[in-house]
Design a protein around this ligand. Structure first.
Ligand code: RET
Length: 282
């Protein structure tokens, strides 16, 4: 059956037509394309700034945080260029039951894909700042990747409206684990490492802004379609990105640069000794 569909030239032509439509839609929609260009420009500026700010970092942990922070605009510039070039956007047909079913709708699915790389970098930066251990960092990063991948699935499902929301729910569950780690686990680690104050500010910024993403998804074209303009939705994500990525990363790197001694004195990521050594000591 799949072979028959693929062999049918009308299916291939239809898909290609939708992709061409998506690319042309970006070019013709000033609101939409400006939301993408703004991020390409700011990501470029951030890369230059962060390279400059990281030039004389001394200790390993500070350098590691710098690598994580620098990854954020590096991924972003690739992400937004791919969106602009039409590579990671499509027109998709939403399933029956969806308020916009029956009409091809714009989807910038590449966003979810690139969050799979940028959000772990943010969490690695925060986890290192908090001086957390490898287990908690691993849990936060893997749950976060699962959140992005299931979010991508929710956005791409076209056969069932209900299934879109099921995947949205699964993604939210992973998200809540990340929020739990940020709010309940890492603050104590940060206080012990002497980075409690800056961690508190960045934690708050992160949690508040990250909640904005599922809200935009839910009210936008992908979800309930209360907002139907692809340009407005794209600007909402782009504005969140500007604050959650570049402003966040700048604040983190700037603090690390000015407090290298505190950062360097934090505990090792793998703890002070092995579990067997600890057990033997007990
Ligand atoms: C989705 C939809 C499904 C449910 C949830 C979502 C959460 C997304 C988040 C994205 C954060 C992105 C950032 C990017 C920076 O590069 C996938 C929208 C919970 C929290 C900070």
């Amino acid at each position: 059956m799949i072979e028959t569909a693929l062999a049918d030239p009308t299916v291939a032509e239809f898909t290609q037509l939708l992709q061409t439509d998506a690319y042309e839609m970006i070019q013709e929609d000033t609101l939409l394309s400006s939301s993408l260009w703004a991020n390409v420009a700011l990501a470029g500026l951030s890369i230059l700034t962060f390279v400059y700010l990281g030039r004389d970092l001394k200790n390993t942990r500070a350098k590691l945080i710098w690598v994580a922070v620098l990854l954020v605009p590096l991924v972003s510039v690739s992400s937004y260029s791919s969106l602009l070039s039409g590579l990671t956007v499509d027109m998709i047909m939403l399933p029956d039951g969806h308020p916009l079913a029956g009409e091809p709708q714009f989807s910038s699915w590449g966003r979810y894909l690139t969050w799979t790389l940028s959000t772990p970098a943010i969490l690695v930066g925060l986890g290192l700042l908090a001086g957390t251990d490898f287990t908690k960092l691993f849990a936060a990063v893997t749950m976060d990747i699962a959140m992005c991948v299931t979010g991508l699935a929710a956005a791409l499902i076209t056969q069932s409206y209900l299934l879109r929301w099921v995947f949205f729910g699964i993604s939210c569950a992973f998200f809540l684990v990340v929020v739990y780690i940020l709010l309940a686990e890492w603050p104590a680690d940060a206080a012990a490492a002497g980075t409690g104050e800056i961690f508190g500010t960045l934690k708050l910024l992160t949690v508040v802004l990250w909640f904005g993403y599922p809200i935009v998804w839910a009210v936008g074209i992908e979800g309930l379609a209360l907002i139907e303009s692809a340009g407005v939705i794209s600007w909402a994500y782009s504005a969140l990105d500007i604050l959650a990525k570049y402003v966040f990363a700048f604040l983190l790197l700037n603090w690390v640069r000015n407090n290298q001694d505190v950062v360097g004195a934090g505990p090792s990521l793998l703890g002070s000794g092995s579990d067997s050594a600890a057990a033997a000591a007990d």
